[in-house]
Design a protein around this ligand. Structure first.
Ligand code: APR
Length: 235
């Protein structure tokens, strides 16, 4: 059974994406060969402790990631998913990615479980701020604390509960869950593939060992697999 025939014969298709969906837009993943955590220990930069006890290193890491996003755009694969949504062939996207490329490509029902790196807020008073304010290491204009941070879920923090609940409902409703570009190493998102009663497909650049979970495994780059899917659905 091909991916396009599985999509065509399903009523509620949901897509779950990870960092491997964005690497074809030149955003590094975390655990791949050139991934962030190959060279940096996430406990030093991406935990709520690092925010509180080593703000300068925390700030340096997220400023670098924000600056890297200048000029970054969605790739064809993001647009294919957006077009599939507008044709009613997929219902929603649940993503761990924080650069917002699915929404930039026009996808409307997107659940950003790990937040969005460009949405800056004060960790003390929750007041929002601009990326510029964070990059300049400014204090919060509202409460004066030096506590500006990106609106991403740090290790040690809870996921946004309303987003999590809504995404879980989507997966539970799905009769086809397509998982793209994730190592499924991070809880609780790695539980989602077990939450669907439907069929499951994994699209990944290389085998990760969690393949036993899936009905269909497609080894390949997200952009290329989605371009091929687009062509086969057009036939
Ligand atoms: N096409 C398909 N798969 C790819 C591609 C690609 N172009 N590039 C990389 N991959 C695969 C990698 O082989 C890897 O299995 O995508 C997966 C990415 O895994 P991770 O780097 O662990 O990213 P992710 O699963 O999204 O990480 C989850 O961990 O650090 C936290 O908050 C961070 O949201 C992130 C979470």
């Amino acid at each position: 059974m091909t991916l396009s025939s599985m999509i065509r014969s399903s009523k509620y298709v949901v897509v779950l994406t990870g960092a491997g969906m964005d690497t074809d837009s030149n955003i590094p993943d975390f655990r791949g060969k050139e991934g962030w955590w190959r060279n940096i220990d996430p406990r030093t930069v991406a935990t709520i402790d690092s925010f509180h006890h080593n703000y300068s290193l925390f700030h340096q890491f997220y400023s670098m990631r924000l600056r890297m996003l200048d000029g970054i755009t969605p790739h064809k694969g993001h647009y294919v998913l957006s077009e599939l949504e507008s044709k009613g062939l997929i219902k929603s996207i649940v993503t761990q990615n924080v650069a917002g490329l699915h929404k930039m490509a026009g996808s409307r029902k997107v659940y950003e479980l790990h937040g969005n790196i460009r949405s800056i807020r004060c960790n003390s008073c929750n007041h929002t701020a601009a990326v510029e304010n964070f990059l300049k290491k400014e204090h919060c204009k509202h409460c004066g604390n030096k506590a500006l941070r990106p609106g991403v879920v740090l290790f040690g923090e809870m996921l946004p509960s309303d987003t999590w609940e809504a995404a879980l409902k989507e997966v539970e409703k799905s009769d086809l869950l397509i998982v793209i570009g994730t190592s499924l190493e991070v809880y609780p998102v790695n539980q989602l593939p077990m939450m669907t009663k439907g069929k499951t497909v994994l699209i990944n650049k290389q085998a990760r060992g969690s393949e036993g979970l899936f009905d269909v495994i497609i080894l390949g780059k997200a952009r290329e697999v989605l371009e091929a899917l687009d062509n086969s659905l057009a036939e």
